[in-house]
Design a protein around this ligand. Structure first.
Ligand SMILES: C[S@@+](CC[C@H](N)C(=O)[O-])C[C@H]1O[C@@H](n2cnc3c(N)ncnc32)[C@H](O)[C@@H]1O
Ligand code: SF4
Length: 360
């Protein structure tokens, strides 16, 4: 079934459900607790992370990217960049709870003309900031500003360990520019003794030797993340080089995303999860409700309850989600942060002990 048909059906289902749900039933549902899985402790009040689609423009055409392979960007022609006010609403609320604002989306975040300024703002208001980038657009000044703002994480999507493979999987980008920008960012981070963790990621796809990619980048950055190849119901699943699931589908283990994070598009609309990149589900808009209200709203509670009861297949979106099996309660962003932070500390303390970090 086509992705759009599938998500539209989910929407119909959700509307019918909304009409059925009444007071006592809703109370019972909202109070549900589950021991092994369930809302993460750190997400009891507010999501641990708001993943934002900050831009829908890109300077690359990666063949594995669902935005290259769909018409989603065309749907955002009226709002290719997130407005300042939308960003600030999200940043301020993340700041209040010390949550992450993760800058990603349907394109390259550094193409947003106010990217650096807005990330500085998010740090000032107390949010943790994570940037996912293709690494093509950093000059020295941007790099210094981000490091001095102490943004928490920069993830370079590298995907290759040589120029030939890079040209195939990161079409339109330049290998030498990437290597220069990553190395400069790490060198400056070390000189400035910035708190920013710097990692590299690679999609485990056919045509790429992911172990070679890891071997090349691991000594350069704080840690390397192997990403499972995802389809979002759009990409060709045969391009995956490792389709072993983290969550075996027959076990119906709840999807961790709805218990820790949410996704927001450039218009401020909240989607149920990162699978819904076409933004068909509508959990509320940050211009109309607080993120906390949306997080505890009927929409999220409905999805959570169905997952905890192992009835998520009653929801068409989840039943047809090809990426659910690649989510994990263990191998996740939180683990990567810890690994990267201990490596960052190790590098800085080693350099200090060797007397090779200049005081700024
Ligand atoms: C869509 S990109 C947006 C940010 C930025 N343009 C970049 O490339 O890093 C976000 C992340 O999704 C990853 N990605 C793209 N296609 C993927 C796929 N088929 N499976 C898994 N991850 C993918 C990218 O490598 C990147 O790390
Ligand atoms: S650089 Fe990022 S957003 Fe752009 S095409 Fe590649 S994966 Fe997609």
């Amino acid at each position: 079934m086509a992705f759009h048909t599938m998500v539209l059906n989910t929407k119909n289902y959700w509307c019918k459900f909304n009409n059925r749900l009444k007071g006592a039933e809703m109370d019972k549902m909202l109070q549900h607790k589950q021991e092994q899985y369930g809302i993460r402790n750190e997400a009891m009040e507010f999501p641990m992370m708001c993943v934002i689609s900050f831009v829908y423009i890109c300077n690359a055409r990666c063949p594995n990217c669902p935005y290259t392979n769909s018409e989603i960007r065309a749907d955002y022609k009226d709002r290719p960049l997130m407005n300042d006010d939308t960003f600030k609403i999200i940043a301020e609320q993340c700041g209040e709870y010390g949550a992450w604002i993760r800058m990603s989306g349907g394109g390259e975040p550094m193409l947003h003309p106010k990217a650096v300024e807005l990330m500085e703002y998010a740090k000032k208001v107390g949010a943790k900031v994570g940037l996912i980038t293709n690494g093509s657009r950093f000059d020295e000044e941007d790099s210094i500003r981000l490091l001095e703002a102490q943004i928490d994480m920069i993830e370079f999507s590298v995907d290759a360990s040589d120029p030939e493979t890079y040209a195939k999987v990161r079409t339109g980008l330049n290998w030498d520019t990437l290597v220069r920008n990553v190395k400069r960012m790490v060198d400056m981070r070390n000189k400035l003794k910035s708190a920013t963790k710097i990692i590299a990621s690679g999609v485990n796809q056919v045509g790429v030797d992911i172990d070679e990619v890891a071997k090349y980048w691991e000594p350069i950055v704080d840690t390397f993340q192997k990403r499972k190849y995802l389809t979002w119901g759009i990409n060709d699943p045969n391009k995956s080089a490792d389709s072993t699931p983290y969550l075996p589908p027959e076990e119906m283990i709840p999807c961790p995303f709805i218990f820790e994070r949410l996704n927001i598009d450039s218009r401020g609309k909240v989607m149920v999860c990162g699978f819904d990149i076409a933004a068909v589900t509508d959990m509320g808009n940050v211009h109309e409700k607080s993120i906390k209200e949306i997080w505890h709203g009927e929409g999220f509670e409905y999805y959570r309850q169905k997952h905890l009861e192992k009835k998520a297949k009653e929801i068409q979106m989840c039943r047809d989600c090809p990426d659910w099996k690649y989510r994990s309660w263990k191998h996740n962003y939180w683990k990567i942060i810890k690994t990267a932070e201990s490596k960052r500390k190790e590098v800085l303390s080693f350099q200090e002990s060797e007397g090779c970090v200049s005081d700024k």
